[in-house]
Structures are given as structure tokens and as C-alpha cells.
Ligand binder design. Structure first.
Ligand code: G3P
Length: 221
């Protein structure tokens, strides 16, 4: 399963990329707005730092505007995936970009039917928002299961990019289902790294090593 970071925060992107954990990045207008700076600078930087796919989202809501913005976004790098909303115009733009070999991520997917239509429009990725479904009392992970079955029934190449992930259990469940990608807020990736027994175990190892050094001052590795 590929891991993308769901952020426009350069510090977080550099931190996890240096650890070799990132296969790509997803952004959206809200994440850009959260960082507050000039989004052009952020997009330029992110596409330079990351080798893998970087989803940059259009803000036009009609087809021709999406096509213009998508082309401009692709100027930031060959690794740019144009992110379009799950609307009739978004699907039309998806079809056009895909037929030109430009990868598209269709975002704001909340039903299996929407995912099916996006796949049929040639999307490289569909982004089902599981956390937002959980928020309204629907089982977000069930949507991932449904999409997985449908895509596999028809051998769609479209990848399931699990979005709106809120906690590490979402990641485990997505991996069990066989989702292609999870995109994670930095806080969730941080939590995945940690376990209290790992910290306690390491503290004990180091304390025991210190004891050994006190008995044998020449001890070293
Ligand atoms: O990529 C955007 C998606 O992950 C949204 O997440 O937490 O705003 O529902 P959230």
C-alpha cells in the first residue's frame, strides 16, 4: 500500500520524505489555505521535494476553467496529478485529461457509484473521504470495500486512494481491504510510528548499556 501525506506543510513533507516514507502528496484548497502562504510557492516546492505523485486541485467548477487550471498545474512538474471534484464537469475534465495522458485524481467521492463513474472516466485515482462519512454516521470503510469489489470485478486500473483518514485504525483497515493508497495527515503518520512498549523497551536497553559501561568503561560499539 502506498502512503501519501495529506498536507501542504513543507516542514512535515520534508520530515517524512527524509525518512523515506512518502510515495506521494495530496493537497486541496483547504490544506493550502491552512498554510497561509502563496500556494504557488508551496506547489513549486512540493513538486520539487517529492518524486512521486503530487495531487494539486483545481478550483474552477466548470469544464473549461478546470482544463485551463489543470494545464497550469501540470507546469509545476511531470509528477502533478490534476485533482478535480466529483461533478459532471469534473468527470468531463477527467476524461479529457486522461485521454491526453494526464493523470487525474477525482476527489470528494462519497459513494460506490461515484467511484465507478470516475473510474469509467479514466481517473488514475479516486479519493473516497471515509472520515467525513464516519462523521455523519455512515461506515466509511464499507465504501472502500464496495469500491474494491467493483474495481476488481471489472479490472479497472483506477487506484483507490483512501482520504479523510482520521486515525491509525483507518490505515490498518484500508490495508486489510487492499486499498492502493492511503493519504494521511501528518499527525496520523506520527501516531503510526509510535508504541509505548517501543519507548519503554528502548529506554531499558539504553539504561542497561549504561550499567555495563560503568562496570567496563572501555565498552563501546
Ligand atoms: O484530501 C482531503 C481529505 O483527506 C480531507 O480530509 O479530514 O478534511 O475530511 P478531512
Amino acid at each position: 500500500m502506498k502512503i501519501f501525506l495529506d498536507t501542504a506543510n513543507l516542514e512535515s513533507i520534508k520530515k517524512f520524505n527524509d525518512m523515506g516514507l512518502l510515495d506521494g502528496i495530496t493537497t486541496n484548497p483547504s490544506l493550502m489555505s491552512k498554510e497561509g502562504g502563496n500556494p504557488k510557492n508551496a506547489m513549486e516546492e512540493i513538486t520539487k521535494i517529492i518524486q512521486g505523485d503530487v495531487s494539486l486541485e483545481v478550483v474552477s467548477t466548470e469544464y473549461s476553467g478546470m482544463m485551463e487550471e489543470g494545464k497550469r498545474l501540470r507546469e509545476y512538474g511531470d509528477n502533478v496529478v490534476v485533482k478535480v471534484p466529483m461533478t459532471p464537469d469534473g468527470l468531463k475534465a477527467c476524461k479529457s485529461f486522461s485521454s491526453q495522458g494526464i493523470p487525474v485524481n477525482v476527489t470528494l467521492i462519497f459513494s460506490a457509484n461515484q467511484a465507478l463513474l470516475a473510474a469509467k472516466s479514466g481517473a488514475k485515482y479516486v479519493s473516497p473521504f471515509i472520515g467525513r462519512l464516519d462523521d455523519i454516521g455512515q461506515d466509511g470503510m464499507n465504501l472502500i470495500k464496495e469500491i474494491k469489489v467493483i474495481f476488481s470485478n471489472y479490472s479497472f486500473k483506477t487506484q483507490i486512494l483512501v482520504a479523510s483518514v482520521r486515525h491509525p485504525l483507518h490505515v490498518i483497515d484500508a490495508a486489510k481491504i487492499g486499498a492502493d493508497v492511503v493519504t494521511l495527515p501528518p499527525g496520523v503518520l506520527d501516531k503510526m510510528l509510535q508504541h509505548p512498549l517501543t519507548k519503554i523497551g528502548l529506554d531499558n536497553f539504553l539504561a542497561d548499556w549504561e550499567k555495563l559501561k560503568q562496570k567496563n568503561p572501555d565498552t563501546e560499539i
